[in-house]
Write a protein that binds this ligand. Structure first.
Ligand code: NAG
Ligand code: NAG
Length: 185
C-alpha cells in the first residue's frame, strides 16, 4: 500500500470512529448521537417539574399506572429535574437528587444520582433519554439502588408537555416521558 493510501484509510477509520462515538454531556445538558446530531436539552434544565401520579402498587418492586388492577390507586408525588438536582427538596426528603419521589406513606425515595447520569439515543425513534443511576438503596439492599430514565420524545408543538410517570419495573427502574421540541432533529 502506498503511504498516501494508508493515510487515507487511517483517516477514514478515524473519521468513522469519531462519528460513531456518542457524547453525553450532563454539564451542558447535551447529547451528540452517532450521526453527529446534537440534542440540546438545556432549555429544560432546572425546571423543577412537580407532578402527582396515581398508580397501582403490585409489590414494592413493580409500580404500574392505573390499568389492569382492581386495587385502589395510590398517589405518588414526583419532583424531577433535567441535568440537575431538584433545587428545593420537599421536607420529606433528607437530601436532594435529580428525581425525588414522595411515597403514599410520606417517606421519600431518591430515584437516582446526578453524578451517575447519562444520555443515550432513544431506541427506534428520534429523541434521547436521560438515565439517573445509584439512587437510594432499594428494600434495604446493598446491591440494588433505585434508578430512573426520562424519555424525551419529539413533539414540535411543545416546549415541554409532561413529565408523566409510566411505570417502575425491573431493578427498581422508573420510567418517565416528556414531549418536547428539543428532542426533534
Ligand atoms: C446533588 O445533591 C447531592 C445530595 O444532596 C449532593 O451531594 C451533590 O453535591 C449535588 N450535586 C450537584 C451537582 O448539585
Ligand atoms: C421540527 O421542527 C424543525 C424546525 O422547524 C424541523 O426542522 C423538523 O423537521 C421538525 N421535526 C419534525 C419531526 O416535525
Amino acid at each position: 500500500m502506498a503511504p498516501l493510501t494508508r493515510l487515507t484509510v487511517l483517516a477514514a477509520l478515524l473519521g468513522c470512529a469519531m462519528s460513531t462515538m456518542p457524547i453525553s454531556d450532563i454539564t451542558r445538558c447535551q447529547y451528540t448521537g452517532m450521526d453527529g446530531h446534537m440534542y440540546d436539552l438545556s432549555p429544560l434544565r432546572n425546571g423543577n417539574y412537580m407532578f402527582s401520579a396515581d398508580a397501582y402498587e403490585i409489590d414494592s418492586y413493580n409500580i404500574y399506572s392505573p390499568k389492569g388492577s382492581a386495587a385502589d390507586p395510590l398517589t405518588y408525588k414526583y419532583y424531577l429535574n433535567v441535568c440537575a438536582n431538584v433545587s428545593h427538596a420537599p421536607s420529606a426528603c433528607k437530601k436532594t437528587a435529580p428525581i425525588l419521589r414522595v411515597n403514599p406513606d410520606g417517606t421519600c425515595t431518591a430515584l437516582g444520582n446526578i453524578n451517575a447520569a447519562i444520555f443515550d439515543a432513544s431506541p427506534g425513534a428520534d429523541g434521547v433519554y436521560l438515565s439517573y443511576y445509584h439512587g437510594d438503596p432499594s428494600g434495604g439492599s446493598r446491591v440494588f439502588h433505585y434508578q430512573s430514565s426520562v424519555f424525551f420524545v419529539c413533539d414540535n408543538s411543545t416546549d415541554i408537555t409532561g413529565p408523566t410517570f409510566e411505570h417502575q419495573s425491573s431493578c427498581y427502574h422508573s420510567h418517565f416521558r416528556v414531549l418536547t421540541k428539543h428532542a426533534c432533529k
